[in-house]
Design a binder for this molecule. Sequence first.
Ligand code: PAF
Length: 320
Amino acid sequence: MRIAIVGPGALGCLFASLFFQKKQSAENSLWLLDHNQERAALLTAQGIIYETDKGQERYPISVSSDLQAISSTDIVLFCVKSQNLAGCLHSCLPLLSPQTLLVFLQNGISHLDIQERLNLPTAPAFASSSEGATLLGSGHVLHAGRGITYLGFLKSPTERHQQQLAELARILQKAGLNVALSQDIRSQLWAKLFINAGINPLTALYNRTNGQLLTSCAARGRLKNIVHEAETVARACGITISVDPLQATLAICKSTAKNISSMLQDRRHQRPTEIDAINGAIVREGKMAGIATPFNEEVMQQIKKMEEKYNQDTTRTEAI
Ligand code: PAF
């Protein structure tokens, strides 16, 4: 199986490292793709650093910025931020054959209509992962906690793509990940959405770790309201809810207490956040279902203001 992973972020580096560790057979090959040419060269020279509480390993994974590398792959796993997915696909699609299985691993739900939006010829697969991965530096991932990765299709796949997804699940399982094929990937993505909606914007606004949200009355109260609102919208959209969303979110705050959420990391690096794909998506779905979402709306506006502020700061610094 020839696999390409697009995006050397935390999950991209994690999946690449685990795949590389247990490559399993000579027929399996891996490319990591990065649109940033300079960083790709740096990562190829330094290797991908995989860290756990037991220590560090450095893997000589070749990272390319040449998109031609994906033209001969069987599976492409997109680990880019939700807001960058469409742009990334525009560059990749002309090089891909319809035989190649596309797998999307993004936070939120605003990429779920990507097949229709970009007129993809076949049904792509979607993934949702709760592996705890933090990027400590370029190409340096900390694997802080074990989770579960769900893979599945929203629409009927071709038989070939169905087999390819089953093979990907087998390879990732052999690489040590807890992986399950899901018949209801939409509900799995919503289950992760509840957690991201409650934790990510509040950690970013209050500049707190996930665990610190539990010790602040104000943050905890807002988290509860945001998640309850999201649950009401989900039920109206016919999403199957098998685990209580609030309890699941509080449990993740506890089990990842020291984690700097991805949105707080974005704030600290002054990068655009995934707010539109997370709380923004809940607001949009709420509107369509006729459900008011004031708590998600409020937190979304606050994050947007925060982004605007650091954009202005960057402009000001650049102008000096
Ligand atoms: O985006 C994140 O940071 C993670 O998905 C989660 C689960 C909130 C843990 O930090």
